[in-house]
Design a protein around this ligand. Structure first.
Ligand SMILES: [Zn+2]
Length: 402
């Protein structure tokens, strides 16, 4: 944990320093398309976000310490032992639910600060307090309805399925993730946003032609009212198989020309056609398999519990403890995951260049970087460690040469 936190802080410092050093000049290739004021705003926004990240890192480390070595988790285990039997699935469920609630509550001030102070200051926030509270309640309701049943199944398998429980849990989680992907666009997303069919005839006919050209069938093209929360724009797919639909943020449609939207959409189609979505799912299933296997070994070892401040050695407690500490280990795999993602972005860009117009995609990217105040001059190491998308200059250079 110390090593992960130190690495995070070091990378944040590098990012802040690098962005500041390049604050006073727009990089050459963007000199004509991005004004200095916008470049400086992007630098300030990037620095503000990096500073928030520093607070977040410190807070997370303190919370993790408090729950493990500080005895917080053990206290929760003993608290719930007064109400339910320690070898029942309810004990593990209550410990995990209360842990997640407490951690969520502790992280809330920072989330509020990010939305209502930082995003607000840079003019991106459209969220109201009322909407925030409604979102929070809806999110909690979905977490209970969709999360609790599968959690109870997992805990029951841990307690009743014998030494191969971790394998059965993995199978359940894989099937459940498929189920979630199927119901997500139809059930969950409409609860948070409104989806209306695209009604711009010029854009619609361009998109139709693109879909025909690339042989893509979907359950429709929708515009989502993303602008009710933020002015950041995006485009994405939701669902898979016959249920997949294409979603464009209203902010994207209103800011980009039809040919630019087409190019962005071609990029998203590229992700689908090049099987990036399937590969991403396979990767996450592989990771969860490895992790559950590791948990299967660790959960019977007393040192795993004792070393992390827990005396209640039940398999469900092992699961909770594991969920708490495993992000510290995944952090060191992060550069590989980011690299995998960036490789996919380059491939999707090439697909867009082949099936739409590379110049339009470049224009769209420049607009999106400008509008989102995304930095054009990230620290190379910070970017390599975290970024799911290659830096703008590298993406555009490749698009211009393909
Ligand atoms: Zn992409």
């Amino acid at each position: 944990m110390a090593l992960a936190a130190a690495t995070r802080l070091w990378l944040s410092q590098r990012q802040i320093r690098h962005v500041r050093e390049h604050r006073d000049a727009v990089p050459g290739m963007f000199a004509e398309s991005i004004p200095l004021a916008a470049h400086q705003k992007a630098a300030d926004y990037t620095v503000a976000k990096a500073r928030l990240g520093i607070v977040d890192t410190v807070l997370d480390a303190l919370i993790l310490l408090a729950f493990t070595l500080g005895g917080g988790l053990q206290w929760l285990a003993q608290f719930w032992e007064r109400f339910v039997a320690i070898d029942s699935i309810w004990h593990g469920a209550l410990v995990l639910a209360s842990l997640l609630l407490i951690r969520g509550a502790l992280g809330l001030p920072l989330t509020l600060y990010r939305i209502f102070v930082v995003e607000e200051r840079f003019g991106f926030n459209r969220m109201t307090w009322k909407l925030f509270v409604i979102d929070l309640l809806k999110g909690l309701a979905f977490a209970v309805v969709l999360g609790v049943p599968v959690l109870l199944v997992v805990l029951w398998l841990m307690l009743a399925a014998g030494s191969l429980w971790w394998l059965y849990v993995w199978i359940v989680l894989v099937l459940y993730s498929l189920f979630l992907q199927m119901i997500y666009p139809a059930v969950v997303m409409p609860a948070f946003n409104k989806f209306s069919p695209l009604d711009d005839p010029v854009l619609a006919s361009r998109v139709e032609k693109l879909l025909q050209r690339t042989g893509f069938r979907s359950r429709g093209l929708f515009v989502m009212d993303g602008s009710k929360r933020s002015s950041h724009g995006n485009a994405f797919f939701a669902g898979f198989g016959a249920a997949k639909r294409i979603v464009l943020f209203d902010t994207l449609v209103s800011r980009l020309q039809p040919a630019e939207v087409e190019a962005v959409l071609a990029h998203e189609l590229g992700h689908y056609k090049l099987r990036h979505i399937v590969k991403g799912m396979a990767l996450s299933w592989t990771m969860s398999f490895v992790m559950l296997f590791a948990l299967g070994l660790l959960a019977t070892e007393p040192w795993f519990y004792e070393g992390l401040g827990v005396q209640t050695m039940t398999l469900p407690m092992g699961l909770v403890l594991f969920m708490l500490v495993v992000p510290e280990f995944i952090f060191f795999v992060q550069p590989l995951l980011a690299r995998f993602s960036r490789k996919n972005e380059y491939e999707a860009d090439r697909y867009a260049a082949e099936n739409a117009d590379a110049k339009e995609l470049v224009r769209a990217l420049v607009k999106l970087y400008h509008d989102n105040s995304a930095t054009l001059t990230p620290d190379p190491l910070h970017s390599a460690y975290y970024d799911s998308h290659p830096p703008a200059a590298m993406r555009i250079t490749r698009l211009r040469t393909t």
